[in-house]
Design a protein around this ligand. Structure first.
Ligand code: NAP
Length: 481
């Protein structure tokens, strides 16, 4: 908890729900007052006053900082954070650490990366006999968390510790704290260092139920912070009571993901942009449809090897099946010639539809159309030239919600299927409905492809509606921001 004044800090402290321990950051408080910060507390606290030289906001002298920390110890604060560098440079901080060792969190932060001397640093920190040793480093890659995992054996034998990799790529250290032997994890709103809100950690990730045995899944891509997949898959795991958790995995490159997945025993992953093709090229065991698409969206670990599959095709067809749409002989116009257009063309072509692909690049359109024995058409398609129109471009997607790929005048009768799911109701779908067309939004496909992934990994179908509700909730959260 950080706040501009002591009164605000106290209010923020008392508003925390679900935490076992609240860290009170005195640095950044204008009228810093330890007594005021601790008064009337209802929950155990860690008192921290981080100096600017260790990434904090305290600009006063070291003497003043020492006095504040000593006062916190005197007043019975449950824990007081002392920087390892302060203890190693100033005897007075080292004395405070030794005299009050049972309440000291001895901390070290590196905001640049994983320091080369991280092992030596951890060993030196253990010498002080502090209650908890906290090492926080910056993760530039998912696999940087493996460097912290190497410290676990070193810290065993009575020394309590907290190991954190800051940044989005360090999410495993925050959610899977038990695998790092961490005494606790840090939650909060500081996104730049990868913090997750306490309520998300507790409800979406089910932090308190995670053990070393909990199966790990995730979505690999870059970026993945916007992904709906963690909300959907975690909701399904929770609904079925499965001991599994699903994380966003922002891999720096394919090697980064593979190293992380190997090190942490990832059992399965959804794959998104930009790794659908590069991972397809790395994985030897795929099925015929996936090979024809030339990209995968799902990985599954089996017998120390990766199996790849593309569930987009089935995901696309599912909402059409539910509406009993007859594809044989149907005139289908696909807008766009990218990755999703390839799956859609194959799905439609293999079900007997007569496919035309419309894209701003005619050559690309022709290549995609050939997957379905179709042909390239003009951009945009003419009124009355289709029975089914599928938007496989990102036009109309958040934040460009005012855009549409086809002018309202060109929308006659027929069925319009927009793959865009954010927002769930695009301008294209609104104008299509007004023109008398049937409509299908991208959320249905998103959910259907995720349900197929989940079933492939676990052998169990998620309960109907669970993933849809989780994705809808995440989307409304998004639009209310
Ligand atoms: P992609 O591989 O990047 O392909 C996008 C296609 O749209 C390309 O052909 C691109 O043309 C074209 N395009 C982009 N902007 C355009 C514009 N202003 N005018 C004309 N054409 C334009 O993307 P993707 O993976 O196929 O995804 C496309 C959309 O589908 C995204 O919004 C994505 O979120 C959505 N999607 C939804 C689901 C789902 O489950 N609902 C699944 C997959 C994708 P160029 O090649 O000329 O650039």
């Amino acid at each position: 908890m950080t706040a501009p004044t002591t009164a605000d800090l106290r209010r923020a402290r008392d508003a925390v729900r679900g935490a076992d321990l609240v860290e009170l950051r005195l640095d950044g408080v204008q009228d810093v007052d330890v007594d005021g910060a601790l008064e009337g507390r209802r929950c155990p606290v860690v008192v921290t006053c981080r100096p600017a030289w260790e990434g904090g906001a305290f600009a006063g002298s070291e003497e003043e900082r020492l006095r504040l920390l000593q006062r916190a110890v005197h007043l019975g604060a449950d824990y007081v954070d002392v920087e390892w560098l302060a203890a190693s440079r100033h005897p007075a901080f080292a004395d405070l650490t030794r005299w009050s060792s049972d309440r000291i969190v001895l901390s070290s932060h590196d905001f640049e990366g994983v320091p080369a001397d991280v092992h030596a640093r951890a060993r030196d920190m253990c010498r002080y006999g502090a209650a908890v040793v906290k090492l926080a480093v910056r993760a530039g890659r998912l696999s940087d968390s493996l460097r912290l995992l190497e410290l676990v054996p070193l810290l065993q034998g009575g020394q309590r510790s907290v190991l954190i990799a800051m940044g989005e790529a360090g999410i495993a250290t925050r959610v899977l704290a038990c695998r790092f032997g961490s005494a606790w994890t840090y939650a909060g709103a500081a996104r730049s260092i990868g913090q997750i809100d306490a309520d998300v950690l507790l409800s979406q990730y089910r932090y308190r139920t995670i053990t070393r045995e909990t199966a790990l899944y995730g979505v690999v891509g870059l970026p993945v912070a916007h992904s709906m997949s963690p909300a959907m898959h975690n909701a399904a795991f929770a609904a079925l009571g499965l001991d599994a958790v699903y994380l966003p995995l922002p891999a720096a490159d394919v090697e980064d993901f593979l190293a992380f997945a190997e090190g942490f025993g990832v059992r399965g992953a959804s794959v998104t942009i930009p790794y659908k093709v590069p991972l397809f090229e790395r994985v030897r065991r795929t099925d015929d449809i996936t090979r024809r698409i030339g990209a995968l969206n799902t990985l599954k670990r089996e017998s120390d090897d990766w199996l790849g599959r593309n569930t987009d095709l089935d995901g696309f067809l599912q909402p059409l099946r539910e509406r009993h749409v007859v594809l044989a002989g149907c005139r289908a116009s696909i807008l766009g010639a990218g990755g999703s257009a390839r799956s859609v063309a194959l799905a439609l072509g293999s079900n007997g539809a007569r496919v035309t692909v419309h894209a701003r690049d005619a050559d690309k359109a022709a290549r995609v159309a050939s997957l379905a024995d179709g042909h390239a058409g003009e951009w945009p398609p003419r009124l009355g030239s289709w029975d089914l129109l599928v938007n496989c471009t990102p036009i109309g997607m958040h934040p460009h919600v005012g855009q549409t790929p086809v002018p309202a005048e060109a929308l006659g009768t027929g069925l319009v299927y927009d793959l865009v799911y954010n927002p769930p109701q695009t301008r294209l779908l609104r104008e299509a409905a007004a023109a008398g067309c049937g409509t299908i939004g991208g959320l249905d496909m998103l959910v259907a492809q995720a349900e197929a992934q989940f079933e492939w990994w676990t052998g169990v179908r998620p309960p109907a509606g669970v993933m849809h509700a989780a994705a809808s909730a995440r989307l409304s959260e998004w639009s209310s921001r």
